[in-house]
Design a protein around this ligand. Structure first.
Ligand code: ARG
Length: 577
């Protein structure tokens, strides 16, 4: 294990437990006054009704900090200020450096099958920036969970069923397959959907045909099903183009759309009836999960079967939940959609618990996200007020990045410039999203996300490339540094090493709470610690060969941590830029 804050916490935990008579969190965190501070004595003192400094002193006396801590002292009202010993820190960094494959990041001792439900665009409807957020966040989470050793199941719950398909199919017939194909393949899904809607509202004959088509679709009419399938495939093809361009992991085989649950809807309803959870209400069959009330104070339903006999979003999600637990054997289920769907999922999960699908063995969590805003602080749209086509957005990111790269890195060949522009553009788009606290809205700002200064992808990518250039200029192959003993004499070396030794713990925390902005914040801090180190400490021209080798190892580990961290966010790190 190379998780420094955890190592400190473990050492202190024993002493805290002795003083408290029960397990007590030492509450170790970064500190301005020392390397770390442990605040646990403050809370414990309250519990024991004793002066905090006295409790802190007793903890310190009992703690076996061994060679991990060079200096520990009581400060302020009762913090423990901890300064990590250079020798111990060097040992941790040597272990990270020696671990070519994983930088000392251990696999989880408790690997789980984790199912992540994300992206979820709708057939023949515009894939909007909300779907982009879900796709980017889900992709990073999937990579991270997989890296830590979990068995990850990706699920793309696309909207491919429902009464809308009557009008969509009729519109496709009117338009002809070629024209439909032309619209859907370039992502003109919004126009297609709107035109269908318009025809439905304006044209009585079209509306009648559409209703008849819904009946035929639900009745399994083979010609109708073939038309429906065509429509789904055209849209799915567009989704795949977006995923490919975005360089995310979603594949066609990860799709389990709403329609895939059709034959499970009745069995789910029967099961809910059997266990006494379903009941008739105003002509519809409903389930009323415990603890959810509407504005009027009355119980809030999920609708299992509408009064006209149809099924909707609620029923499908209940069937999906049951299938994911029972058949796919997921133990942790993570749902990533906009926060507007929180209530829906909280209710679905509660029904899942009441029906016994969820419990200690399988837990579901809703991880929602905020809205993407334009400069006007309203939902991001095109200048004309339309929703933005994702493929255009991705293209624009790469185009804008190309202009920046041409200016900042004219020394690269044209081919290299193109490659770097792609990595920077797509990286910037993802990073801008992930670096914001997930639950907050954020303002989409091209200039900021593509800036080489600040908490951005280009800044980190550039920091990584700059370290690579040290190795190129010095003609050093990092492999030759194997077994180098580290010396951390300079405070800037010490500070950089501290950040590096936090990598493992950071990843586990980010995975636990689906807090990817922790990773971006960490990488940004790390890059700044590196810059401070690089400004103070000559590397290739260090005073002696031992110092030079030691500093080169710090460079190498930093570059690998940056590249690994970025790759877990789905962002590439060019070696030159
Ligand atoms: N299609 C939905 C939408 O566009 C998202 C699906 C989310 N996943 C789910 N299991 N309902 O909002």
């Amino acid at each position: 294990m190379t998780d420094l804050p955890q190592l400190l916490s473990d050492r202190l935990a024993r002493a805290f437990a002795e003083v408290a008579g029960e397990p007590t969190d030492p509450a170790v965190r970064r500190s301005d006054r020392a390397d770390y501070q442990a605040d646990g004595a403050l809370r414990l003192a309250k519990q024991l009704r004793r002066p905090p400094r006295e409790v802190a002193a007793e903890v310190l006396e009992r703690a076996d900090l061994g060679d991990l801590v060079a200096n520990a002292e009581i400060a302020g009202p009762g913090f423990l200020n901890l300064t990590v010993a250079d020798s111990a820190l060097a040992g941790l960094l040597e272990a990270m450096a020696a671990d070519q494959a994983r930088l000392g990041v251990g696999l989880t001792p408790d690997p789980e099958r984790v199912l992540v439900d994300y992206s979820g665009p709708n057939v023949a409807k515009e894939m909007h920036v909300g779907h982009l957020r879900s796709t980017i966040i889900g992709d990073a989470l999937v990579r991270l969970l997989d890296y830590l050793g979990n068995d990850v199941v990706r699920q793309n719950h696309i909207g491919d069923w429902g009464t809308n398909f009557g009008m969509l199919i009729e519109h496709m017939i009117d338009l002809g397959t070629d024209e439909t194909n032309a619209e859907l393949s370039v992502g003109d899904l919004g126009a297609f959907y709107q035109d269908a809607r318009k025809a439905f509202d304006a044209n009585e004959d079209f509306a009648t045909r559409s209703r008849r088509r819904v009946v035929a679709l639900q009745g399994g009419d083979s010609e109708t099903l073939a038309l429906w399938r065509q429509l789904v495939e055209l849209s799915a093809h567009y989704f795949d183009t977006v995923y490919e361009r975005l360089e995310v992991l979603l594949r066609p085989e990860d799709t389990a759309g709403e329609s895939s649950y059709n034959d499970q809807l009745n069995p789910v309803i029967e099961e809910l009836l059997e266990v006494g959870l379903a009941r008739e209400s105003e002509g519809a069959l409903c389930v009323f999960p415990e603890g959810f009330t509407g504005r009027d104070g009355g119980p809030l339903p999920l609708i299992l079967r509408k009064s006209d006999g149809g099924f909707g979003y609620d029923t499908t999600d209940l069937a999906a939940l049951r299938h994911r637990v029972r058949d796919l054997k997921a133990r942790r289920l993570v749902y990533i959609t906009d926060l507007g769907q929180r209530l829906h999922f909280e209710m679905v999960f509660e029904v899942g618990r009441e029906a016994g699908w969820l419990g200690a063995e399988a837990q579901a969590e809703f991880q929602g996200f905020g809205i993407v805003l334009g400069a006007d602080r309203k939902r991001l749209r095109t200048r004309a007020g339309d929703s933005i086509k994702l493929i255009d957005l991705i293209d624009e990111a790469v185009r804008r990045a190309a202009a920046v790269v041409a200016e900042k890195a004219p020394h690269l060949s044209e081919q290299e410039q193109n490659d770097v522009a792609r990595m920077v553009g797509i990286g910037a788009l993802k990073y801008a999203d992930l670096s914001n606290d997930r639950v907050k809205d954020y303002i989409f700002d091209w200039d900021r996300m593509l800036s080489f200064d600040g908490n951005t992808a280009p800044y980190l990518q550039y920091a990584h490339a700059r370290i690579q250039s040290v190795f190129r200029r010095g003609e050093v192959d990092p492999a030759t540094l194997r077994g180098t003993k580290l010396a951390l004499a300079d405070p800037a070396e010490h500070a950089l090493a501290l950040r590096l030794a936090e990598f493992e713990g950071l990843l586990y925390k980010a995975a636990e709470g689906v807090e990817l902005h922790r990773i971006t914040g960490y990488l940004f801090d790390l890059a700044q610690a590196f810059t401070a180190f690089y400004e103070r400490c000559p590397v290739l021209r260090a005073e002696n060969p031992e110092t030079r080798a030691s500093r080169l190892v710090l460079c190498d580990v930093t570059a690998r941590v940056l590249a690994t961290g970025l790759s877990l966010l789905g962002i590439a790190a060019p070696s030159r830029m």
